[in-house]
Design a protein around this ligand. Structure first.
Ligand code: HEM
Length: 472
């Protein structure tokens, strides 16, 4: 990669190239953001915890069983109790005048329209590249334990569940809707991870180096994550699969994530229009991504997790490696320690791309087919991910504590604990409709791999309970 970020310089990194302009963000502008975070979210969390403590104490004093705690229910009930909660509730429930619901709805449709390509791109580029190589993000992830091979699948499914929720329907993302509530829960969950890590780091400075990694879950990493969820799909993931979103689709999807950034307490001005958003993505691609030892751990555990699923969810490691190399290029994948599969797997992956391309073209040509695909994928994904028995409530599950840090794990060592049960598979039968292709033979193993991921949601019997949450 060229080192220079002077206007007019050609930049090339891991197969993505562009010209640096005056509008790209220099490091001096982005670096300070790693020492900022969502202060309103942090303050709201503290208020809610104080309310919950008081309820708990009162119940104890009266000899009653303390009520089970649900942070969102507490917020809903007490949002008028103090100024901080009033502000937090007001901010998350106000609809800024730049929100155009028609555009947000189109953005939601975009996700289901290219669901196959979106999920594949998000898994292979979003997780393998952006996530593993985000220097500070991985330091947080290995300290929560959610990237242990035993828990990673659950985390992936929970993230996909949230993604499916926010793209499902307009009422869902509007104030009071299920995805709106889920997003506020995620914001409070982030605040609780930040609070917990800061507390441990204050007592044991060696636990997490704030000077080096910035605040845990800081503003810069949050902007970067929003960019990965939205911009990377438009300009990196889909084009590398051969699908090119239209100008309108880009505008709509970025608008959806601008609103999501707003709900999550992440500065949304970076997503004002597509040009600005693309330049942000490119700037952060240059500044923020670097492979470290922790990146290797996260990438290793990701591969171990998704390539060790039992039949019929099995996705071969070689297929995932071929897909990762196809999308992210050899240089990054070599640095992350991924294997080099034979040509055969690239041919299979090319087949997957061809399918995505053909489907996208057919949908553009035949609106009725487009409507059918959007409706079909929505209902499959909603049923598989959101309506499953073990669906996420977005409360803190893996409490960061001193001495807890995920290292490279060999999935087979945990196989007894981590085995997936096929017990509930009947409830997911409808998703099996798109699974048919993968039963044709080993050549098509990866063809619907992400639909397999979705199908797993109701089937997991893993017990992920670790220590009970202590903060919320
Ligand atoms: C701003 C964009 C972001 C979005 C949309 C987002 C989305 C989510 C979602 C949906 C969850 C709940 C599902 C799960 O447990 O996996 C979650 C949890 C989590 N996120 Fe984020 N995230 C963002 C930014 C970040 C960043 C920048 C970091 C790290 C530096 C991060 C770290 C975490 C952690 C550690 C949890 C799990 C907490 C636990 O249960 O222990 N997130 N996030």
């Amino acid at each position: 990669m060229s080192d220079t970020t002077q206007p007019g310089s050609k930049v090339r990194k891991w197969g993505y190239s562009f010209t640096w302009t005056e509008e790209h963000l220099p490091r001096e502008q982005t670096d300070p953001l790693q020492f900022e975070s969502d202060q309103l979210g942090d303050a709201a969390l503290e208020s809610l915890q104080a309310i919950e403590r008081a309820i708990h104490e009162k119940a104890k004093a009266q000899g009653d069983k303390p009520p089970s705690r649900d942070i969102y229910a507490t917020l809903q009930e007490h949002h008028d109790d103090d100024e901080v909660l009033r502000q937090f509730w007001g901010q998350t429930h106000a609809v800024p005048d730049w929100v155009d619901w028609n555009q947000i709805e189109r953005g939601q449709r975009y996700f289901s329209r290219y669901a196959l390509a979106n999920l594949l791109g998000f898994g292979l580029q979003g997780f393998v590249a952006e996530n593993s190589a985000s220097v500070r993000v991985v330091e947080v992830l290995v300290r929560t334990g959610g990237f242990s091979t035993m828990k990673l699948l659950k985390r992936l499914l929970e993230t996909f569940q949230w993604l499916v929720q926010v793209t499902d329907s307009l009422p869902a993302i509007q104030p009071g809707g299920s995805a709106h509530i889920a997003t506020i829960r995620v914001r409070l969950l982030h605040a609780s991870v930040r609070q917990r890590m800061r507390k441990v780091a204050a007592e044991h400075p060696k636990y997490y180096d704030m000077q080096r990694f910035g605040l845990p879950l800081n503003t810069l990493d949050s902007i970067h994550s929003i960019s990965t969820f939205s911009c990377s799909q438009m300009w990196m993931q889909l084009p590398r699969l051969g699908v090119f979103p239209t100008k309108q689709e880009k505008e709509d999807y970025v608008a959806l994530f601008k609103y999501i950034a707003y709900l999550l307490g992440t500065p949304h001005s970076y997503f004002e229009d597509t040009e600005k958003a693309r330049k942000l993505m490119e700037s952060l691609y240059v500044h923020e991504l670097k492979v470290t030892d922790t990146s290797n751990t996260v990438a290793h555990n990701f591969m171990e997790c998704v390539s060790n699923l039992p039949w019929p969810f099995y996705i071969s490691r070689s297929f995932i490696e071929a897909g990762s190399r196809w999308i992210n290029g050899h240089e990054l994948c070599d640095q992350l320690g991924l294997g080099r599969p034979g040509y055969f797997y690239y041919v299979i992956f090319a087949g997957q791309c061809l399918l995505s391309i053909e489907l996208a073209w057919a949908q553009r040509m035949f609106p009725f087919l487009d409507a059918l695909v959007v409706k079909g994928f929505r209902s499959l994904m909603y049923h598989g991910l959101v309506e499953r028995k073990d669906r996420a409530r977005f409360a803190m599950e893996w409490v960061p504590k001193l001495g807890k840090q995920t290292g490279k794990e060999d999935h087979t060592k945990n196989s007894n604990k981590g085995r997936l049960s096929l017990g509930n598979v009947q409830s997911l039968a409808p998703i099996g409709l798109i699974e048919g292709g993968s039963q044709l033979g080993p050549n098509t193993t990866g063809l619907f791999s992400w639909s397999k991921m979705a199908r797993m949601c109701g089937t997991t019997s893993l017990s992920f309970s670790e220590e009970a949450p202590t903060e919320i």
